[in-house]
Design a binder for this molecule. Structure first.
Ligand SMILES: [Zn+2]
Length: 406
């Protein structure tokens, strides 16, 4: 008869990993808990919680803090994650700049810096500079250990090949294996995710526990249009990791050709790049505006706010188009919450929200509208950068102590 005891011990070890992961994630979420709270929330026995907490304390992962009032007047010691000891790095790459954040295990931002990407600069040069900037930030962080790095990239990220694929308006980055570049120089796990997916994870993370938030989409309306989809609390990645590319869903099959091969892609109508193209077309025709052919999107933002007619018209039109795309998304996946973020929402947030809400209300079934919340990103720091760090922490905490130093 075969000896199964080896499997029994493997299962036991796996079960311990799951329990540790559950407890650490509860602490990341709840911030401060007693051992009794953890037992109640996790469904684990008190003795198991005590063992796990002892183990975490050996690694300085958690510390005791204060006395909490519990049920029946019982008082107990609070446990929280040791914010001083462990960090993650969250990196957000856009078509024009990249941001690096030194983050806590619960997504708190300790430090963040942004660097411009010079136009036409080769990806390997940019990545080299990025590595130096990350190295500098890590070396400034005395007394703490960086556990993992999360990188959010614009455009789709192909999970199987571990590489970026077709990023519109970012030349030379197709096929870049960014995780491999990073792993060469950093002795920590590196996780790469598409920007909208990372943003959606951050939105979910800061809303956990709120009902109706488990089916959420985060729409990134910037130089490209994309979205991260969370269903039943889980990020939906798709078979090769490129779900949520609403920027390349067509809203006019006879519309302009897109680099992706499709026609009339949403992105061609309401990304910040598309808006500036429309503005330039109208200026070429001699229409008057405070904008000129060299104006960029921040000039456009100023012009809308200053009441420039042409700019305001183009902004309203882009908001309408965005709403058309969001309606398609709503009808496909029936989310409870749609959060919209990135540069488009920063121009005139109230106007965007009003136009988008009105259009959606008019074009979806009343029942859908009744159970739908449409809002703008409320996070203080960029959700994509935070999300990159949140993903890194989540991945590491699948098996917490294997990455830590005693
Ligand atoms: Zn397209």
């Amino acid at each position: 008869m075969q000896n199964y005891s080896r499997y029994a011990s493997m299962n036991q070890e796996r079960q311990q990993q799951i329990n540790r992961s559950l407890v650490i994630n509860l602490l990341r979420q709840e911030k401060l808990c007693s051992r009794a709270d953890l037992a109640k929330l996790s469904g684990l026995k008190r003795a198991t919680i005590t063992n796990i907490i002892n183990e975490f304390m050996e690694y300085d992962l958690v510390v005791e803090e204060g006395i909490l009032d519990g049920a029946k007047g019982r008082r107990s010691i609070g446990i929280r994650i040791n914010g001083q000891k462990y960090r993650t790095i969250g990196v957000m790459i856009t078509r024009q700049y990249y941001s690096i954040g030194m983050l806590g295990l619960s997504g708190e931002v300790y430090k963040t810096r942004t660097y411009q990407i010079e136009q036409g600069r080769k990806p390997d040069r940019v990545i080299e500079e990025m590595k130096n900037s990350i190295q500098r930030m890590i070396s400034e962080e005395q007394g703490s250990q960086v556990l993992a790095m999360g990188i959010a990239v614009p455009g789709p990220y192909e999970r199987c090949g571990d590489k970026m694929i077709f990023v519109t308006n970012l030349e030379g980055w197709d096929g870049i294996e960014i995780a491999m570049y990073m792993k060469r120089d950093f002795d920590i796990p590196v996780f790469v995710e598409n920007d909208a997916n990372a943003g959606a994870c951050a939105q979910l993370w800061f809303r956990k526990g709120q009902l109706g938030q488990q089916n959420l989409v985060y729409v990134v309306a910037g130089q490209g249009i994309g979205c991260g989809i969370i269903l039943s609390g889980e990020l939906q990645k798709g078979s090769i990791g490129i779900s949520g590319e609403i920027g390349h869903t067509s809203i006019d099959y006879q519309g302009p050709e897109c680099e992706c091969g499709n026609r009339g892609c949403l992105e061609k109508y309401c990304s910040s790049i598309a808006i500036m193209n429309y503005v330039r077309e109208r200026l070429k025709k001699g229409e008057s505006s405070m904008l000129n052919m060299d104006s960029d999107f921040s000039d456009f933002k100023e012009a809308v706010r200053a009441g420039d007619t042409l700019a305001k018209e183009e902004y309203r039109k882009a908001c309408e188009f965005l709403a058309v795309g969001v309606v398609n998304l709503i009808n496909q996946i029936n989310p409870g919450t749609v959060v919209i973020g990135d540069v488009l929402t920063e121009v005139e947030p109230e106007m965007l929200l009003e136009v988008v809400r009105e259009r959606i209300k008019k074009t979806v079934r009343p029942m859908i509208w009744r159970y739908l919340t449409i809002e703008l990103n409320q996070l203080e720091y960029n959700p994509i950068m935070i999300g990159a760090g949140v993903i890194a922490a989540q991945e590491v905490f699948e098996n917490p102590i294997s990455y830590m130093e005693k």
